[in-house]
Design a binder for this molecule. Structure first.
Ligand code: SF4
Ligand code: SF4
Length: 363
């Protein structure tokens, strides 16, 4: 968990520039300079460009003075939200979540299209042990493919699970990182009353963004929250998930900020990949705590002039000579596929669940 933002912490800054050097949004603002300007004014970080911050947490985890930079940025955004001074794209994003419970402005009906021929349990119909929170990104066709494969994996390991279907809403991760606390509280209340209604005790979550939110920002009594990777790793260890096909490929892995820096989950995704026969695992230059963000966090994946960090991250992956760039987040999948296309590279971007599916079913 992250410490509460404290603007007095800015006074500790020694202007080393570590934060600005590691920032994915450094073409929009210079964090070191902003910190300097802000402490002169005894103010929080007051730049409209702060919306370009992906809340990747890199600056905060690397600052030698322990200044909670990401928290301060979120705190500053709260001020902008309160005053109503917001870029149009951010306002639209928040309105879409408020009205449609997803950032794409899509209907509830469309949320379940990915599963229409899958015959999955929906909570209102059946008893279940695990509720699978699929996440808003499933409106994206590429994430929908991953969800279909994930469903097959979960069924084949004999998991007693259900989905919420049309009733699934938004966890509120981006809303919270954009500083819209009021809307976050509303979403949280709605989701917790749904958990209450269906007696949910165990929640398995696909997206690291949803995982972080449910784990660290909800307080629904007795709710166990696990990442889909934890569940799958457990099944591999127990022998209920068996690999039948070799995946003869070299694979590198991109740490998602909200699994890695926010929740310290670095080893488990690597262990899952290394347990697949014949995979040769190679690391990129910047990994684990020093991993470089894909550029999509805090709603930036939908913004027009987003950072090009996905392109530099794609280049970094290509330089390992890996065949596959494995990801564990639907936003990273979206951003890094785009980065790979931009540089016209051969490397294939795959979610870890897709690689597992390949090793289980040969496709
Ligand atoms: S990394 Fe920390 S100490 Fe260094 S410039 Fe940034 S805020 Fe200041
Ligand atoms: S959280 Fe990431 S994107 Fe935001 S200011 Fe820090 S390094 Fe830059």
């Amino acid at each position: 968990m992250i410490a509460n933002a404290d603007k007095n912490a800015l006074l500790l800054c020694m202007q080393c520039g570590t934060c600005s050097a590691s920032c994915v949004a450094k073409t929009s603002f210079n964090l070191r300079r902003l910190v300097f300007d802000s402490f002169l004014k005894n103010d929080l970080l007051s730049s409209q460009n702060l919306w370009d911050c992906t809340t990747c947490h890199n600056c905060q985890s690397r600052c030698p003075r322990g200044i909670p930079l990401t928290d301060l940025i979120v705190e500053s955004r709260k001020g902008f939200v309160e005053s109503g001074v917001l870029p149009t794209e951010i306002r639209d994003y928040l309105t879409s979540i408020q009205k449609f419970k997803n950032p794409f402005g899509q209907s509830k009906q469309k949320r379940v299209e990915w599963a229409k021929d899958l015959d999955l349990k929906v909570v209102e119909e059946d008893e279940f042990e695990w509720l699978w929170w699929v996440g808003c990104m499933v409106y994206d066709p590429r994430t929908a493919e991953v969800a279909r494969k994930t469903a097959r994996i979960l069924e084949s390991i004999g998991l007693n699970f259900a989905i919420l279907g049309k009733e699934e809403g938004c966890c509120g991760n981006d809303v919270l990182s954009m500083g819209e606390e009021g809307l976050f509280e509303l979403l949280k209340e709605e989701n917790e009353s749904i958990f209450e209604k269906y007696g949910v005790k165990k929640l398995v979550v696909s997206s690291p963004h949803c995982y972080n939110t449910f784990k660290n920002h909800y307080d629904f009594a007795g709710l166990e929250v696990v990442s889909i990777l934890e569940l799958v790793y457990d099944a591999i260890r127990k022998g209920t998930l068996e690999f039948k096909y070799d995946v003869e490929a070299s694979v590198t892995y991109h740490d998602p900020c909200y699994l890695g820096r926010y929740n310290g989950m670095y080893d488990l995704p690597r262990e899952v990949l290394k347990s697949i026969y014949n995979i040769e695992f190679v690391e990129m230059r910047r990994i684990r705590e020093n991993s470089f963000c894909c550029g999509g966090g805090s709603g930036n994946f939908l913004r027009e002039n987003r950072s090009r960090s996905n392109v530099s991250r794609a280049r970094e992956a290509v330089s390992t000579n890996a065949d596959i760039l494995a990801v564990a987040c639907p936003i990273c999948l979206n951003m890094l596929e785009d980065g790979v296309k931009t540089i016209n590279a051969e490397i294939e971007v795959m979610d870890i669940m897709e690689i597992i599916h390949l090793a289980m079913f040969g496709e």
